[in-house]
Design a binder for this molecule. Structure first.
Ligand code: S3P
Length: 455
């Protein structure tokens, strides 16, 4: 679905108390990879707990267009894959909508094939840089034709035999790391990816699960060298997708901020490359009990018992950014209600997300009465415990979400704790990653409604 034409403004009102037990939908990163690797592997892959957001469904549609058979039986997605090296040329452009992970990883997956594939997306995705993936693909012999500035639409055509490369990822990006590794699946010999800062490791773990020959060496300084042997056999797997820690951020922060709240969030992925927000909130004095820690499908999972808390501002170190890269908008909202100042460092990658999130967050906070400073790669927020004066009297000010689901959800959460309502210009975009958000928050006692009038 292409968003943008039909915005659905929404407004969130101060809540009395949030209470209940919820189960967060499946992790977006793992869901994308489940469709991709299941579609590529030989034999059958069965997936439970898949996130059925628009982003992931776009990846499923792309895998279908390249030969995978995908269907759903009861609560299970069943994929009959094509076999590694056997993707078919898609007949038309692959439309990824809003999904950066979907398009960047799939460009890696199919870009090294000796046929043409074309990639398109919505206005947000078409404004995002693709050069970070196209550059290593060019080194592998892929011919690239792209809109100016290496933006979508992009057409790729791989060489007869792709060149396996040794590539150091220039920025902290799991998408770039993954795209190169996936291109390496169709190249002879060893593809090597070096990452100086560890990012989410779902690609490495899941590829090993599917039978890929992949090894990781971590040097004493933390630099990781990942080696993949190309053209190996991949076998279908059974996957149970754990709950998304990035979606968890919204009810989690809401429960901390709304006085008297008591919420249990079940089945949350606790992979250490994803738990930076929990670490930070605990430092701020949050009451988050990590209950029933366990292993599920090779990943750490736990339930979170969250109680309303008085938060105190902290300095968030730049090194933590990769483990909470999608959580800064939610953290910034938490910081708006904390005692004192919260300083977030190392945020340069926020500028190239679904929106320029650093600017979108700072602008939205200021619009709702929060004292904050936007630096080149930092955000400083001075909080108002209790939220008096925050929000927009008579709901007149409207936050611009820029087709960014996390901006929409963050500011709706803000409205649950601010003195005045908080409005966003669009809540329809939330369905890209968390279609259950509105109902789940209402079930906990939140009052969020769509507005009739256009923003
Ligand atoms: C993702 C990696 C991150 C993250 C995105 C999902 C992934 O992007 O922001 O939501 O699944 O690999 P970057 O690689 O651009 O940091």
């Amino acid at each position: 679905m292409t968003h943008g034409a039909q915005l659905k403004p929404a407004v969130a009102h101060r809540a009395d108390r949030l209470a209940g037990t919820i189960r967060i939908p499946g992790d977006k990163s793992i869901s994308h990879r489940s469709f991709m690797f299941g579609g590529l592997a030989s034999g059958q892959t069965r997936i439970k707990g898949l996130l059925e957001g628009e982003d992931v469904l776009a990846t499923g549609a792309a895998m279908r267009a390249m030969g995978a058979h995908i269907h759903k039986e009861a609560d299970e997605w069943i994929i009959d894959g094509v076999g590694n090296g056997c993707l078919l040329a898609p007949e038309g452009p692959l439309d990824f909508g809003n999904a950066g992970t979907g398009v960047r990883l799939t460009m890696g997956l199919v870009g090294s094939y000796a046929f043409k594939s074309t990639f398109t997306g919505d206005a947000s995705l078409s404004g995002r840089p693709m050069g970070r993936v196209l550059d290593p693909l060019r080194q592998m012999g892929v011919q690239v034709s792209a809109a100016s500035g290496d933006r979508l639409p992009v057409t790729l055509e791989g060489p007869r035999i792709a060149n396996p490369i040794r590539y150091t990822v220039p920025m902290a990006s799991a998408q770039v790391k993954s795209a190169v590794l996936l291109a390496g699946l169709n190249a002879p010999g060893t593809t090597t990816v070096i990452e100086k800062v560890m990012t989410r490791d779902h690609t490495e773990k899941m590829l090993v699960g599917f039978g890929a020959q992949l090894s990781v060496d971590t040097a004493p300084d933390g630099v990781r060298t990942i080696e993949l042997q190309g053209q190996g056999l991949l076998h279908g797997q059974t996957i149970d997708v754990p709950g998304d820690p990035s979606s968890t951020a919204f009810p989690l922060v809401a429960a901390l901020l709304v006085p008297g709240s008591d919420v249990v969030i079940n089945n949350v992925l606790m992979n250490p490359t994803r738990t930076g927000l929990i670490t930070t909130l605990l430092e701020m004095g949050a009451s988050i009990e990590i209950v029933n820690p366990r292993q599920s499908g090779g990943e750490a999972v736990a339930d979170l018992h969250v109680r309303a808390s008085m938060l105190t501002g902290v300095d968030v170190p730049a090194e933590r950014a990769p483990s909470m890269i999608d959580e800064y908008p939610a953290l910034a909202v938490a910081a708006a209600f904390a005692q004192g100042e919260t300083v977030m460092n190392g945020l340069e990658e926020l500028r190239v997300k679904e929106s320029d999130r650093l600017s979108a967050v700072a602008t939205g906070l200021k619009l709702n009465g929060v004292d904050c400073d936007e630096g080149e790669s930092t955000l400083t927020v001075r909080g108002v415990p209790g939220g008096n004066g925050l929000g927009s009297p008579n709901a007149m000010a409207v936050v611009a979400t820029h087709l960014d689901h996390r901006i929409a959800m963050s500011f709706l959460v803000m409205g649950l704790a601010a003195q005045h309502p908080v409005c966003v210009d669009d809540a329809a975009i939330i369905t890209t990653s968390f279609p259950e958000f509105m109902d789940m928050m209402s079930g906990l006692g939140a009052h969020i409604e769509f507005r009739q009038e256009a923003a």
